[in-house]
Design a protein around this ligand. Structure first.
Ligand SMILES: Cc1ncc(COP(=O)(O)O)c(C=O)c1O
Length: 452
């Protein structure tokens, strides 16, 4: 029988997260205070995050030990499986070998619990009572709601309005885990009220929901803020994905020539990619590493690499990243988790260093790839993950055209069981592509903060 699954025993759950930062040839730009434009220190972030996470954010340690309690919870779904997509390969009639690392096996259905559990753990340890956060598609919100339930923390989630309406079962899942969920923009916060005053029918965006969640945490000493992507410590926690994949590819006696992941804020992509970036830097891999983003929100392929706010209400510090402008509200594509105006500074920086590349995919092409994958492999992918599949299929077809036996590894970041309304709309021909929103982006970019 031909191997389909490459599984590792529970004893192979990583002992440490891998921090690529000290291995990079050039350091990342510092995070700046938006008032003074000077680099911020740990104390500036203390109202929002527990100190252990702040220290991870700026860490120069290559390895950061994963606490035993976190590894114990990871053991429920980690190591996650690596599959060889043999039926998809046949379907595409490609000489390429296609592998995917599947994060949909976590209880919340995506890679997000890898960091949610770690963040809830450190917050609990440092006395936090409540976490506030944003979510778009609801994958992150449900992961954090679950992690808060494990550690006895309250959880307040601002869910982007368009997803709140598109994905009611994700909201129900968060509430079943005990979280309180509010559609964003809301009238509960100053940031939300300011948006509603101008746009009463606003679809919302991650940038707006982040402002609401940050505001709540900044105003309440018992509440801290938790982010599901973008920041260094979040990407760090996801590196268990790539570390396992390296071992599993060795089990398959193979090594990827191409690595593909979808990018919203950059966390699942970085989780898979950064351990391979580390290998590239040591001369152990020559893999091309490709980030796939939606054409409707193309921060890496069309954004500017500069300082910007992480949120629309301008409550966060300034970070250097690929950005479409913090006031850009992306069109309501169904891959809610990819609707963020910026890209993780670490992902942006590695692209600037030429270590990774990026491409974009239209909504209908992403769903078409997702359906083709589902029919071949039996897994319904999350709309976000469909973008990675589209990227991987594109590479497999290119290998066919070139007659090359490439090995392709992609990240399947989550299942789409709570996204079936999107599939219903897709099958009914009701989804559309969105042209690159050039005018709106130009407008948002015109409002970038002036940093010398
Ligand atoms: C399944 C899935 N994949 C990808 C993403 C995009 O986020 P990130 O780029 O941080 O992995 C999300 C975000 O919600 C998601 O739910």
């Amino acid at each position: 029988m031909e191997s389909i699954q490459y599984t590792l025993p529970q004893t192979r759950i990583s002992q440490a997260w891998y921090n690529v930062v000290p291995d990079l040839p050039r350091p990342m730009a510092p995070v700046l205070h938006s008032g003074t434009l000077k680099p911020i220190g740990p104390d500036d972030l203390a109202p929002l995050f527990p100190m252990s996470l702040i220290l991870q954010e700026v860490s120069q340690e290559r390895e950061i030990e994963i606490p035993g309690e976190v590894r114990q919870i990871y053991a429920q779904w980690r190591p996650s499986p690596l599959f060889r997509a043999r039926r998809l390969e046949k379907d595409l009639d490609t000489p390429a070998r296609i592998y995917y690392k599947y994060e949909g096996v976590s209880p919340a259905g995506s890679h997000k619990p890898n960091t949610a559990v770690a963040q809830a753990y450190y917050n609990k340890k440092e006395g936090t009572k409540r976490l506030s956060t944003e979510t778009d598609a609801g994958q992150w919100g449900s992961a954090l709601a679950m992690a808060c339930a494990f550690f006895g923390l309250e959880c307040k989630v601002y869910m982007v309005r368009v997803s709140y309406d598109q994905k009611p079962y994700r909201r129900a899942l968060m509430e079943a885990f005990g979280a309180s969920v509010t559609p964003s923009p809301s009238d509960e916060t100053e940031s939300g009220r300011a948006i509603l005053a101008q746009h009463p029918d606003s679809n919302g965006s991650l940038g707006i929901a982040i402002s609401e969640a940050v505001e709540v945490a900044a105003k309440d000493p018992q509440t801290k803020y938790s982010l599901g992507s973008v920041l260094n410590h979040v990407l760090l926690h996801q590196t268990v994905i790539g570390q396992e994949a390296i071992e599993q590819m060795a089990l398959a006696d193979d090594d990827p020539d191409v690595i593909v992941g979808c990018t919203g804020g950059g966390s699942n992509f970085a989780g898979l990619a950064m351990p391979y970036v580390g290998r590239k830097l040591k001369g152990q891999s020559k893999a091309r590493i490709i980030a796939v983003e939606p054409s409707a929100c193309p921060s890496l392929t069309k954004g500017r690499f500069t300082y910007d706010f992480g949120d629309t209400g301008h409550l966060t510090p300034l970070v250097k990243m690929h950005t479409l402008g913090s006031t850009f509200v992306p069109p309501g594509i169904h891959a809610g988790g990819l609707r963020y105006h910026g890209m993780a500074p670490l992902v942006s920086h590695t692209m600037d260093l030429g270590l990774i590349e990026a491409t974009s995919v239209q909504q209908l092409d992403a769903f078409s790839a997702g359906v083709q994958f589902a029919r071949a492999e039996g897994i319904i992918p999350a709309p976000e993950a469909c973008h990675a599949i589209a990227g991987a299929i594109g590479e497999a077809l290119r290998a066919k055209k070139e007659g090359k036996r490439k090995t392709i590894l992609f990240g399947l970041s989550g299942h789409g069981h709570f996204d079936m309304q999107s599939y219903i709309s897709y099958q009914a021909g009701k989804l559309q592509n969105y042209d690159y929103p050039a005018e709106e982006i130009a407008l948002a970019l015109a409002g970038l903060p002036a940093v010398g």
